[in-house]
Design a binder for this molecule. Structure first.
Ligand code: PRP
Length: 178
């Protein structure tokens, strides 16, 4: 059950998305780039972000997972790879959240091995206190404390991804309703 007020409201999220899109538009002004969304979690952030970016780009997606229930199992599974060529291109990896850093570290290494001209990383949320591996993050929306958050692409057991805001997830305790 999702309890209480949103942790990040629609307005806060959309404001930050526009801010990030402006910075990215400036940084990539003279270079066409490939935006790579990491599914499933990044689907909403990715689509909101790219529609505010004002420079030419290509888009592609990969599907990865590392979480079973609410725990990272430490192993990153690549379910589907991008179809685009990476060699010689400017790549921007876009994810919803960096937690332990294991997913992005794995995906970054995988794409760097394909010789991009550059590779940068953008995440909406950064749970820095949970980091297990050091991954360089170029664009961060919000640094957040160690709360389990759902909504705006983020899930608990694949639910709540469609919420337009972000909430702190709390497990419902069983009780008898009279
Ligand atoms: C989530 C999230 C990130 C990753 C972050 O994906 O979308 O990709 O975990 O965690 P990490 O920094 O500890 O690796 P998840 O594996 O849950 O798959 P999903 O995108 O389908 O939700």
């Amino acid at each position: 059950m999702v309890i209480g007020k949103p942790f990040l409201t629609v307005e806060q999220i959309q404001g930050k998305v526009k801010e990030l899109a402006n910075i990215i538009s400036g940084d990539y002004e003279s270079k066409k780039f490939l935006a790579v969304g990491i599914l499933k979690g990044a689907f909403m952030f990715f689509s909101d972000l790219v529609r505010h970016i004002r420079v030419p780009m290509h888009v592609d997606f990969l599907i990865s997972s590392s979480y079973v229930k609410s725990q990272s199992n430490g192993k990153v599974n690549l379910h589907a790879d991008i179809r685009s060529t990476v060699e010689g291109r400017h790549v921007l990896l876009i994810d919803d959240i960096v937690d332990t850093g294991l997913s992005l570290n794995y995906l970054r290494e995988m794409l760097l091995a394909r010789n991009p001209a550059s590779l940068k990383i953008c995440t909406l949320l950064d749970k820095k206190s949970r980091r297990k591996v050091d991954v360089p993050i170029d664009y961060v929306g919000f640094e957040i404390p160690d709360h389990f958050v759902v909504g705006y692409g983020l899930d608990f057991e694949d639910r709540y991804r469609n919420l337009p805001y972000i909430s702190v997830f709390k497990q419902k305790t069983e009780r008898t309703v009279k």
